[in-house]
Write a protein that binds this ligand. Structure first.
Ligand SMILES: [Zn+2]
Length: 178
């Protein structure tokens, strides 16, 4: 496995519309393993293939939730999820707001409204097809990651004023780190 470099704004590759893959084979599984390792290392809870420079419709997600009542960060549960060629079939009218971040927009956060649940279809790590209703935090994360497949970032859901503020803060942060 390998940790891959993460593509960050304003890299134009992030605006790419990714292509569906033909199916799940060992090469793709090896790539998904690398994506997962890259995501854990970052650390993050979701990663789309384009964020490591490959314009294919593949995502990995692991919410790494703490068990109920647990406060020890080391006790987070790893439960990796793989989404190949995911599609949204239906969305709720009801909307949920989360303070979102993104490994391609480092250390910047903003509130984004998204449908509270979605009906989604995708292939998993073994190439098996799923069609399930997804709600809660996973629904938000999956929609955020699926946006990447269309070349959309969470900051694209903000007003131009708010988006410019986030990008300005990021520029300032990078300057200070340089
Ligand atoms: Zn993202």
């Amino acid at each position: 496995m390998a940790i891959l470099p993460i593509v960050e704004v304003p890299d134009p590759r992030l605006k790419t519309v990714s292509e569906p893959v033909g199916g799940v084979d060992d090469d793709l599984r090896a790539f998904m393993d690398d994506m997962l390792e890259t995501m854990y290392d970052a650390p993050g809870i979701g990663l789309a293939a384009i964020q490591v420079g490959r314009p294919i419709r593949v995502l990995v997600i692991d919410l790494q939730e703490l068990p109920e009542g647990e406060t020890d960060e080391d006790k987070r549960i790893r439960e990796p999820l793989y989404f190949v060629n995911p599609e949204i079939l239906e969305v709720s009218e009801e909307v949920t707001t989360y303070n979102e971040g993104c490994l391609s927009v480092p250390e910047q956060y903003a509130e984004v409204d998204r449908p509270s649940w979605i009906m989604a279809r995708w292939l998993d790590y073994d190439g098996n097809q799923h069609e399930e209703k997804i709600d809660g935090f996973l629904a938000t994360v999956l929609q955020h990651e699926m946006d990447h497949l269309e070349g959309i970032l969470f900051i694209d859901h903000l007003s131009k004023l708010k988006r410019d503020m986030v990008l300005k803060k990021l520029k300032k942060m990078r300057k200070m780190a340089a």
